[in-house]
Structure formats: structure tokens, C-alpha cells
Design a protein around this ligand. Structure first.
Ligand code: ZN
Length: 233
């Protein structure tokens, strides 16, 4: 009886300890140290998070979560950086190339997102249509999703799209058709070029694209600072 009591007590303590991991409360397989990240990259170089500005020259970035201008109302990232797993970054470089012929370019709002941000977003807005369920993590946490729009390559002006970035509304959906013709065309143009290079839509958000193999990339909770430090070494 005494032994059983000790066993129950030990198990309860173990469970309590697991629950205390506030960085990973759902016990997902998340790489949250540089050591774990580098081991993944050594095993599969495709999982390296590449700085988009390194592979896409003159890339227009407006990293909304590094400003107050996002749905949480506070800056989430400490620097306006955009990283994606290597094959995703290369595919996005192809998107940029193909747009050049039309005098257009991409503007990126968000790319790889550390898991800590996904946890916080859900706390602020617990709606899994527009915010990833932290029990599964986001494709952004895998460096396999990008939020973006189209701009005029010369002026930098955004093409008119159905809504602003992160407008959590029905109008943001690809199924929403009650829009001016040129807006429908702009949305379709972005979709066409993204699909050509291996991305696919998320129906509820016109700005969000997942890369085909994205689910094979690991979940990460590594800060932009740590990634930048690693790349400058
Ligand atoms: Zn997104």
C-alpha cells in the first residue's frame, strides 16, 4: 500500500512538472534550443531557416508583428526579420523572379514565427479560424508558411486586395466574391503565381500561403536574434 502511495505521488509530481513547462504546455516536439535546432539542420539541411533578405535581394518587408500595428496591439518580435526553411525560401525567390516581368514584387508580412508567439496569439484571440491552435502549432512555426501581398516593384505601392493583412473577417476568405473586379484579379494573380511555385492557399486568409512540404519541417521556438547570431558566425 505504501509502495502504491509512493508510485502515485511520484507520478503526480511528474505530471505536475510537465504541466509547468509554460513554453510548451501541450508537450509538442518543439526545438527550443540552438543545440536542438542545429542538430535538425545537420540531419536535414532543408530545415535550415534562411534569412529571406539574403536570398531575395531588395525584398520588401513589413513585419507587422515587429510593430504595434497588429491584432495584439503590441510588438511581438524584437526585430523585423523574415526566415523560412531553405526550399520554401528558394520557391519564394522564384515567385519574386516571375513577378518581375510584370513589374510587380512581393511584400512579406510574416514568415517563420517562433512557437511562443503562437501561444500568445491564441491567448489574445482564441479563434482557430484565424489563429493557429497551439495544441498543434502553426505552419509558420515550421518555417513553411508566409503571409504576403503584391506591390508595384517601382513605387512599392500595394495592389488592392480584399482586406488589410490580418483582417479577421469573412471578406478575407478566398470564397468571398462580392468584390470589385480588379481586387478579384489581384487576389487571383497572387494565388496563381504562388501555386505555380509549390504554395497552396489557406481558404480563410487571402494573404497566407503554405508550402507543399511544410508539414515535414519541425516546429521551432528559436528567436530571430539567435538565428541571426548563428548566421553571422
Ligand atoms: Zn499566416
Amino acid at each position: 500500500m505504501k509502495r502504491l502511495f509512493i508510485l502515485v505521488l511520484t507520478t503526480s509530481i511528474l505530471i505536475a512538472c510537465q504541466e509547468k513547462d509554460t513554453r510548451n504546455p501541450h508537450n509538442l516536439p518543439i526545438a527550443n534550443t540552438m543545440e536542438a535546432y542545429l542538430a535538425q539542420v545537420a540531419e536535414n539541411p532543408d530545415t535550415e531557416l534562411v534569412d529571406l533578405e539574403e536570398v531575395i535581394p531588395d525584398l520588401a518587408l513589413y513585419i507587422a508583428y515587429a510593430t504595434e500595428d497588429n491584432f495584439t496591439g503590441v510588438p511581438i518580435y524584437t526585430s523585423p526579420k523574415a526566415f523560412l526553411c531553405r526550399p520554401v525560401a528558394m520557391a519564394l525567390a522564384d515567385v519574386q523572379d516571375s513577378l518581375q516581368k510584370m513589374g510587380l514584387a512581393i511584400k512579406v508580412f510574416d514568415a517563420y514565427r517562433p512557437y511562443a508567439a503562437t501561444l500568445y496569439f491564441y491567448e489574445v484571440y482564441p479563434n482557430t479560424t484565424f489563429v493557429a491552435d497551439p495544441r498543434r502549432g502553426s505552419i509558420h512555426n515550421r518555417g513553411g508558411a508566409v503571409d504576403l501581398t503584391l506591390i508595384n516593384a517601382e513605387t512599392g505601392e500595394e495592389l488592392e486586395m480584399p482586406t488589410r493583412f490580418d483582417s479577421f473577417s469573412d471578406t478575407a476568405s478566398h470564397t468571398f466574391m462580392d468584390l470589385p473586379e480588379h481586387v478579384l484579379e489581384n487576389r487571383a494573380l497572387l494565388r496563381g503565381v504562388m501555386e505555380t511555385f509549390g504554395f497552396y492557399i489557406y481558404e480563410a486568409e487571402w494573404w497566407h500561403y503554405n508550402f507543399t512540404e511544410a508539414r515535414t519541417f519541425p516546429l521551432r521556438d528559436i528567436s530571430f536574434e539567435d538565428l541571426a547570431k548563428e548566421q553571422s558566425e
